[in-house]
Design a protein around this ligand. Structure first.
Ligand SMILES: [Zn+2]
Length: 209
């Protein structure tokens, strides 16, 4: 069964960060028991992030993306570029670590709070690891934020990790520094998808360098 699970990156925005265009990806997991969306990107502009000059291709405006087909949503964390489309999935369960939700609701300058608690958005707060579907696990990976989590997908080709910003750059997996980055490496993944890289990180890429 696990061999039929596939993962598809979807580009939803580009942000300007330190003079460079940084992509923002979300990821769709097609599993025999359901369709999972990991992170939701952004759907609109906001004065708080105008300096990042967002260029948006939001999920709701992509002709080949069917919002209704998504059964379950996961937020790796609740920074604005990862939860801005949560409102598109009002009424569907959105899995997030409880500590992440607490921080997003209470800390200043953490995120765009009205995007976190948009009308109709319903979170399923987690206190640790959880099996979402057979062969799909949510695993806390503190570092980028206290409440960050990754999605671990067992496939016929090994474990695939959808890591959000647990690592923003490949170098952070080549030489892990945070608890979360070390946890991802300890999973011995075949592939790690990051939110802000076009291609996935692979361990053998590192060894070939
Ligand atoms: Zn991000």
């Amino acid at each position: 069964m696990a061999t039929s699970t596939t993962i598809t990156p979807v580009l939803v925005a580009e942000l300007l960060a330190e003079g460079e265009r940084m992509p923002v990806y979300v990821h769709v997991i097609d599993h025999p028991d359901g369709r999972v969306l990991v992170d939701t990107g952004m759907t609109q502009l906001h004065p708080a992030v105008a300096d990042m000059d967002p260029r948006l291709t939001p999920l709701g405006a992509q002709a080949d993306f069917d919002l209704d087909s998504i059964d379950v949503v996961v937020n790796t964390h609740l920074h604005f570029d990862h939860c801005g489309g949560n409102h598109l999935f009002a009424g569907r369960p959105i899995y997030v670590q409880r500590s992440e939700l607490d921080d997003a609701r209470s800390l200043d300058d953490y995120t765009i709070r009205e995007w976190v608690d948009a009308p109709g958005v319903e979170y399923v707060p987690l206190d640790g690891a959880r099996e979402l579907l057979p062969g799909i696990r949510l695993v806390p990976t503190p570092g980028h934020t206290r409440g960050s989590q990754v999605v671990v997908v067992e496939t016929g080709a090994g474990a695939v990790v959808i890591a959000g910003d647990t690592a923003v750059f490949f170098a952070e997996l080549d030489e892990p520094r945070t608890e979360g980055q070390r946890l991802v490496r300890a999973l011995d993944p075949a592939v790690v998808w990051l939110s802000h890289e076009h291609e996935p990180w692979r361990p053998d890429v590192d060894e070939d360098r």
